[in-house]
Design a protein around this ligand. Structure first.
Ligand code: PHE
Length: 442
């Protein structure tokens, strides 16, 4: 058998993982979830979720991936626990469902690129969002986005995307810093910062049942956890990479991008439509940013650059979403890669017609509240209670962390992660079910 490929450098792996992690989740979903869930109260819970639960969970996926050197579905059998294959399969299924609505939001970005060229959103940013976010325009743009994603995965130009990621991440950082700096000069920016940054802890208490599942779901989504994607990426890692070190870099970079997006969006919201309990909704970031571009000198050009960069960030994430189910079918059925990518992409396109007609919230919450916590719960139980110690010790290989640190992590994964995820799941499923039965999604 041919020697399995590995990343050519440590930086190559980190960039690919950051490319998957940094995407619409950071710049669209994060500000929108924060705005709709009480602002700073959400932010506090979200940061706790990222560092206390997300970071150790990334280590779970990295450990399974590097140890097994397999995709998320085959990994469990390779480690000797074929009964646990379902745990990886849930993640692959989540990738597929996510792709369907991610592509719709990716389509919005395409419409905003067009709008930057024609100037269509400069006058009334809210009306423009209304005209492109659902209906035929949204379906068309969704078709374009998914076609490009399929093209990249089917024809294997992922190399190009990987190289592009190296420029995109710095470009996103520079653009967001610039926007945030400009936003800080707006009248009323202070109200935006205080909604974003000064937590009202009574809000956490009174909205616990909404904030916790939203924050945990957002943490998993933004770090690409529970999809099997990080298992697959880590399967190409060499033995002398430090899993905790790489993971820390990815988590921190990803968090910086999201926080910066908030620093751009909240002052703008405060200066325009206002922040408060009524703010939020899927259009938050698009309307706020496009509205800002409408007021900036050379805003049209800045807008164009911004949305092009955002498109690249979305594509480097969506290819990993399509790659997960594709590589699984290719490996297990021995079918041709091109056929599989086109087939799965086509089904995801059809499924995406629903979110393109206004059901983004339904898909979003199915993934955030149900699929991701379920997937994470099972992989945590697997590493915590089922996998043998030899597999668990993979965590420390190639790093300077000792046996003791591995044991602390193991107990964290045994007890804390499952309890947090079970609470999340209970609240998340309840709120999803309430949404379904009260018609909130329809
Ligand atoms: N992490 C990506 C984002 O924040 C979403 C994603 C999840 C992409 C899983 C790939 C795999 O946009």
């Amino acid at each position: 058998m041919a020697q399995r490929e590995t990343w050519t450098s440590r930086a190559g792996f980190i960039f690919a993982a950051v490319g998957s992690a940094v995407g619409l989740g950071n710049i669209w979903s994060f500000p929108f979830q924060t705005a709709s869930n009480g602002g700073a109260a959400f932010l506090v819970v979200y940061l706790l979720a990222v560092f206390l639960i997300g970071f150790p969970t990334m280590l779970i996926e990295f450990t399974i991936g590097r140890r097994s050197k397999q995709n998320a579905v085959s990994a469990f059998a390779e480690l000797g626990y074929g009964d646990w294959t379902f745990a990886g399969a849930i993640g692959v299924f989540a990738s597929f469902i996510t792709l369907a609505f991610y592509s719709v939001v990716g389509g919005w970005v395409i419409s905003y690129i067009v709008g930057s060229v024609t100037g269509a959103y400069l006058g009334d940013a809210g009306a423009y969002f209304g005209s492109v976010s659902s209906g035929l325009v949204a379906v068309g743009a969704h078709a374009v986005f998914i076609a490009v994603t399929i093209g990249i995965v089917a024809f294997g130009v992922a190399d190009g995307i990987e190289r592009a990621t190296k420029f995109m991440i710095p470009a996103i950082l520079v653009l967001l810093v610039g926007l945030a700096a400009w936003a800080s000069t707006l009248p009323g920016a202070g109200a935006g910062y205080s909604y974003y940054l000064s937590p009202d802890f009574s809000v956490i208490a009174s909205n616990f049942a909404d904030i916790v599942p939203a924050a945990m779901g957002q943490a998993f989504f933004t770090l690409s956890l529970g999809f099997g994607v990080m298992i697959a990426y880590a399967s190409y890692l060499g033995r002398d990479d430090s899993l905790p070190g790489d993971s820390a870099i990815i988590v921190v970079l990803n968090t910086i991008v999201a926080l910066l997006a908030g620093f751009a969006v909240f002052p703008i919201l405060a200066a325009t439509s206002g922040v408060g309990d009524a703010s939020g909704g899927a259009g938050t970031a698009f309307i706020a940013l496009a509205g800002a571009f409408g007021q900036l000198p050379a805003g049209q050009i800045i807008g164009l650059v911004f949305f092009v960069v955002l498109l690249f960030a979305a594509l480097s994430s969506s290819i990993s979403l399509l790659e997960a189910p594709t590589s699984y079918v290719v490996d297990s059925q021995g079918m041709e890669r091109r056929t599989v990518a086109i087939g799965i992409g086509a089904v995801a396109f059809v499924l995406g017609i629903a979110p393109a007609y206004g059901y983004v919230g339904l898909f979003n919450d199915l993934v955030f509240n149900v699929l991701l916590p379920v997937a994470v719960l099972f992989i945590a139980l697997f590493v915590g209670w089922v996998a043998n110690r030899e597999a668990v010790d993979e965590l420390g290989r190639g790093s300077s962390i000792g046996e003791g640190a591995t044991t602390i992590w193991l107990w964290w994964v045994r007890i804390v992660v499952p309890i947090a995820v079970i609470v999340t799941l209970y609240l998340g499923v309840t709120s999803f079910y309430t949404g379904l039965t009260t018609g909130a999604y329809f």
